[in-house]
Design a protein around this ligand. Sequence first.
Ligand code: GTP
Ligand code: SPV
Ligand code: MN
Length: 589
Amino acid sequence: MTTNNEALQQWIDEVAAITSPESIHWCDGSEAEYQSLILDMLESGDLIKLNEKSYPNCYLHRSDPSDVARVEHLTFVCTPEEGDAGPNNNWMPPADARKKMDDLFGGCMQGRTMYVIPYCMGPIDSPFSRCGVEITDSPYVVVNMNLMTRMGAPALKRIEQDGTFVRGLHSIGSLDPERRFIMHFPEELLIQSFGSGYGGNALLGKKCHALRIASTQGRQEGWLAEHMLIVEVENPQGEKHYLAAAFPSACGKTNLAMLIPPESHKGWKVRTLGDDIAWLHLDESGQLRAINPEAGYFGVVPGTNVNTNRNAFEMIQSDTIFTNVAVTDENEPWWEDKNIGTPSVDWKGQPYNPDNGPAAHPNSRFTVSAKKNPTYSSLADDPAGVPISAIIFGGRRRKLAPLVFQARDWNHGVFVGAGVASETTAAASGQVGVVRRDPMAMKPFCGYNFADYWSHWLSFGEKSNQLPGIFHVNWFRRDESGRFLWPGFGDNLRVLRWIIDRCEGRAEAIETPIGFLPDPSDIDVSGLDMRDGDLEELLRVDREAWIEELKSIGDYLNDFGDRVPQQLKTEQRKISDSLPDNYRLITMA
Ligand code: GTP
Ligand code: SPV
Ligand code: MN
């Protein structure tokens, strides 16, 4: 393969001159190429073949133990003005960052193959899709990109037609955490990542391109790039709704996108459009539509079993790359809460010993093509995307946030999104279980100043009068003993039903200062054995605690200074002022 796109050819030549690879391999995205790279990696030890009978075409990759998650402290947005990156990002002047990275990349591919991966985020023929080229020295990245994106010859053709693409340069370097950086240059549509071979740090189409760079493009061009799943819910009468939900990393997007209706919900169908990223745009009629830029899943493995997510469990039974799971004596992959088999070798390759911690890394992941999902919706390939009925924000919070509430209107919904908080998870390096603000689940992924991002969100309210309803959910409330109050997983459909009914104007709600809540009788709990009082507790608004929460959100917004849109401050004041008021019952919306 070669290209007639001069900018692309020139960049490849430049990169080769700096990194000095032994050879250059243009990726065509074919099955033959995939299998041949797998063979190379089996030989080099980068991959281990898993049990061929029970897990056909499945492989295990063990990353460096220092390189198992996203590294937010080493991720930078390099805009000319520091204020444009905002307090939500680490910032470095572009020239300094380029110099630092050129030094690291110097000669780093000596003796190695340099892979050139043209890829398309979104259906090849969609006007909303955007292309990129990743250059990497990691064959593991190539096979993951093969599963996660539409890559190879068709993408290159589109790049040559469009004439524009995002450049992503990646090298695993020596995997030294002291020499690890993930740099973004939004003005130049450029990403440079060095020193990590793990997921979002290395598969540059995903978070680096489809969220950080795309969010800045979306702001300029009038659309949104969001950390959202897209799911279709069909009721027994055949009525379909599409929901987009933003939850922070490892907070339930993959699970909700692949939801299996509970026994009591015969005739309901749920189909997956996407599990991690959504690009949202208004069509001519003012309807918000979404495409999933990805073509595969990079999902959390631990906790996946026949009860929590049978679809995912079956999907990863073949044609899957596992990263950092344990293995059994039968050479099958193993992880915590798999509920089948016993681990003999842990994720680091050591004999399993419970004293050393979990057998599988808590952020171990599967990579698999979306087509393998038993509930895959072919609408994921529709160039026009799907119409969104509701936007759902959520977080992982033991306390405070009720099971579900609805924002009064768009501006309030943007405020609810901006105020999202969640306990940190193993998806990012650092402490786990600490509540932090994670607006719209985009804290690690927004490529520009959050204050400007909220203004961009608010601007949609002026462009359309038929925007989706905005909701907030929390599947993770617990009682004093640590027990989850809500069964979660498939039973989350019960909450989605209320959300859809609200959008259709056929469900009642109680108006409270924080938004509209269902009465406990509005949530169908048939077939559930919940303890008395649990649902009431899940739907209670603790006024004292919310007064504190509103103060804390106000302080957080103030951290962003004068750029924070006035509308958000108004929402904050309105809610704070009305928290001491009494509830009113309203009927319908
Ligand atoms: P990223 O891929 O990191 O963006 O995460 P994600 O939001 O797709 O998270 P995922 O669906 O993989 O969920 C991760 C963890 O949350 C797993 O341990 C799940 O078992 C757990 N989880 C998901 N849904 C629920 C739920 O409804 N209730 C409870 N209690 N746990 C859940
Ligand atoms: C996340 O952390 O939100 C992920 C995994 O989806 S990674 O792509 O590695 O960021
Ligand atoms: Mn994610």
